[in-house]
Design a protein around this ligand. Structure first.
Ligand SMILES: [Fe+2]
Length: 460
């Protein structure tokens, strides 16, 4: 089937396929005529929306569709694309990472036989407390030596230099999502800098084994194909998703979470909860990914209720539950996907250095209330029913109830508290539209700019 796509810029701006009456859920784009441009990377997410809403954006990866040609450029600022679409089988589920659970850190170290050929990137506090006493013979680097913030392209560049200098074979990442996301870039063959990888200027070929050991219970990075860093010059976050980045092993060690400060623990867990819920309503979700969403949601919400009733200290009894829940939510979003909550959180993190889980928390219930407002009868109804069971409330009240619970766990801030002001609102929305098309396209519903402006304003 031939499709026509129109847009306002030949390469750099998002474009939309318009005027197609048929909804195409899965397919492969192939050139309809000559003019292939191999310099344009794989682009879009095919499963997210009816084709009328499907968007392509420079630099966004897809496992199923590839933008392979730009066949005709019209005058000035407009152009036309022609594609043919070929139906291909849909992959329902993938779980490449082996997941292991250890009672003690020493058991883990013994199991994988750490040696001088291992390059360890670690969170300093976790490593010093649990790994230093083991006297491991490996090259150890701390994430904090590269910077205190969430990872940036400049920090990854410095890390790559250190990795190359050691000549190590295997990479072991011990830390939160930031540490694991940074370490993922090291697996790429012949990598010399972050920009080449994130802009796909070099082929993304896996050259090293990666062992991921999470020390938080939120990111799910230990099983995902995604690495997210801040692009210093752009003031926002950029993501790369590629199967080459998937860790070979996820090693879950609950005792590593023991020292997490309460607020870090709960904002991480809220991030995991959002992964589960956004994945559940993602148009790419299916029965397989739903299983992980539901169980993860159940563990986290029930854990939060216990913390409210029994106090912060009880979390020490729940570390394994939260670690498993975070891991399952990671498996869920690796097969479905996160959406507008994450998309809208990124300018907040990029501009005002708000940590990832905390930034997502600020947007979470408002975005889901907007999802409900736009389409109350879609899949969101099922998650509302599930949450109503867990929370023992009316299905129509679940997001208010959830907001209440989360506020008891950790109070939500006003966005003004971080420095955001009215003048930022439209800039943030423009930034989300320009940079986060991959996430917007896999949201439950496509939020309009007006809706996003309304959400940011309501949270100021
Ligand atoms: Fe997240």
């Amino acid at each position: 089937m031939a499709l026509e796509a129109v847009g306002s810029s030949p390469i750099f701006h998002p474009i939309s396929i318009l005027g197609c009456s048929q909804v195409v859920r899965h397919g492969t784009l192939t050139p309809a005529c000559e003019g292939s441009n191999p310099s344009i990377p794989a682009i879009c997410d095919p499963l997210a929306q009816p084709v009328e809403h499907l968007t392509f954006n420079q630099g966004v990866w897809s496992s199923n569709l590839q933008w392979v040609t730009r066949t005709k450029e019209a005058q000035d600022a407009s152009f036309v694309l022609y594609f043919s679409i070929e139906e291909v089988p849909m992959r329902l589920f993938r779980q490449k990472t082996e997941v292991h659970l250890f009672n003690r850190t020493a058991d883990f170290a013994r199991e994988i036989q750490i040696s001088s050929k291992d390059f360890i990137l670690a969170s300093r506090s976790a490593y010093e407390k649990y790994f230093l006493p083991l006297n491991l013979d490996a090259h150890v680097f701390y994430k904090s030596d590269y910077g205190k913030s969430e990872p940036t392209d400049l920090m990854v560049d410095a890390l790559i230099s250190d990795f190359i200098a050691t000549g190590c074979d295997r990479i072991i990442a011990i830390g939160g999502g930031s540490v694991i996301d940074m370490a993922k870039i090291l697996v790429v063959k012949d990598v010399t800098n972050a920009k080449d990888v994130f802009l796909r200027k070099i082929p993304i070929i896996k050259a090293h084994e990666l062992v991921a050991v999470p020390t938080t219970c939120g990111a799910g990075s230990e099983v995902s194909a995604v690495s997210i860093i801040s692009a210093t010059a752009r003031g926002t976050k950029v993501g790369l998703a590629d199967e080459a980045l998937i860790p070979d092993y996820a090693m879950l060690i609950p005792e590593l979470l023991t020292e997490m400060p309460y607020e870090v623990f709960v904002t991480s867990a809220i991030d995991a909860l959002i992964h589960a819920l956004e994945s559940y309503v993602c148009p790419k979700a299916n029965y397989y990914s739903d299983l992980f969403c539901v169980e993860s949601t159940r563990l986290i919400v029930n854990g939060f209720r216990r913390i409210i009733h029994e106090g912060e200290g009880v979390r020490q009894d729940l570390l394994q539950d939260f670690l498993l829940a975070s891991n399952m939510a990671g498996i869920a979003f690796s097969n479905a996907g996160t959406g507008a909550v994450h998309a809208m959180s990124y300018p907040l993190s990029g501009q005002y250095n708000v940590t990832h889980g905390e930034a997502c928390y600020q947007l979470f219930t408002s975005v889901f209330q907007e999802y409900h407002r736009v389409n109350p009868d879609g899949k969101i109804r099922r998650i509302e029913s599930l949450l109503a069971d867990i929370l023992q409330c009316d299905a129509g009240e679940v997001f208010f109830e959830l907001e209440e619970i989360l506020n008891q766990i950790v109070p939500r801030h006003k966005l003004r508290d971080y420095g955001m002001c009215e003048a930022d609102v439209e800039l943030f929305v423009d930034n989300v539209f320009e940079m986060q098309q991959r996430l917007l396209a896999q949201s439950y519903v496509m939020l309009s700019k007006e809706a996003m402006i309304r959400i940011y304003r309501s949270l100021l």
